[in-house]
Design a binder for this molecule. Structure first.
Ligand code: ADP
Ligand code: MG
Length: 239
């Protein structure tokens, strides 16, 4: 579904990604772990065209995202959830969810509203449709952000530290939603510091450090039998 081919990314004279290759198959859940500043967000942003690789390619179903004629059509199929929610503050919760389906998929208002209410139900937020994002807790905001992304019926979901800005007691609600999505077969690329989630939910774990994939494999291999010294050092700090 997604193929990252020898991608480098340079900002000014800093090479942030130094030749990353990976692929994401349909239905796979891949987590990316690694220290701050190792290029995880940049890699994720390259995967939906928010950043353009300096060299190398990102292919979505075989199409190069950087040169695709209709990047919007591709981006619509790639949902993204950010650390800081990025909800539209001046819209209600329901409007946050219905905006893109109405404007980009041409959904009628009544259908979009019904979709929003259904998604809010699955997020445990049935009573929040008319609320302002400002009135919600962080965990509720993030679940609205996930519902908003899902409303576009994406083929793959990218999560960039979706729980890092949350108070500890709210992390579980959001991880539960992500876990359920994974169980339902959603293709997911997840940058996270939640090692429990990475260990239990992912099919493969990728450890990035200083712009390269230092090590990758099944969770058991990465967490229980790390090979590289850098991964061992990282795990000793976070586990
Ligand atoms: P991570 O998500 O692993 O913490 P990032 O991809 O956010 O890493 O950042 C990797 C490095 O790239 C950092 O040193 C960061 O300062 C730098 N960087 C990221 N985006 C930009 C940008 N738009 N301009 C300049 N430097 C950037
Ligand atoms: Mg980041």
């Amino acid at each position: 579904m997604l193929e990252v081919k020898d991608v480098t990314k340079t900002f000014g004279d800093t090479e942030v990604l130094k030749g990353i290759s990976m692929d994401v198959r349909k239905g796979e859940v891949i987590t990316i772990i690694g220290p701050s500043g190792s290029g995880k967000s940049t890699l994720l942003r390259c995967c939906n065209g928010l950043e353009t690789p300096t060299t190398g390619q990102v292919l979505f179903e075989g199409q190069d995202i950087a040169t695709a004629k209709d990047i919007d059509a591709i981006r619509r199929r790639i949902g993204m959830v950010f650390q800081h929610f990025n909800l539209f503050p001046h819209m209600s919760v329901r409007e946050n969810i219905t905006f893109a389906p109405m404007n980009n998929l041409g959904l009628a208002a009544s259908d979009a509203d019904a979709l929003a209410d259904k998604l809010l139900g699955t997020m445990g937020l049935s009573d929040k449709g008319d609320a302002s994002p400002k009135s919600l807790s962080g965990g509720q905001k993030q679940r609205v952000a996930i519902a908003r992304a899902l409303a576009m019926q994406p083929d793959v979901m990218l999560f960039d530290e979706a729980t890092s800005a949350l108070d500890p007691e709210m992390v579980k609600d959001v991880l539960d939603v992500m876990r359920r999505l994974a169980d339902e077969g959603m293709t997911m690329l997840v940058v996270t510091h939640e090692m429990g989630f990475a260990r239990e939910v992912s099919d493969r774990v990728i450890f990035t450090d200083a712009g390269v994939i230092e090590e990758e494999g099944m969770p058991d291999r990465v967490f229980n039998h790390p090979q590289s010294e850098r991964l061992k050092a990282f795990l000793s700090k976070v586990l």
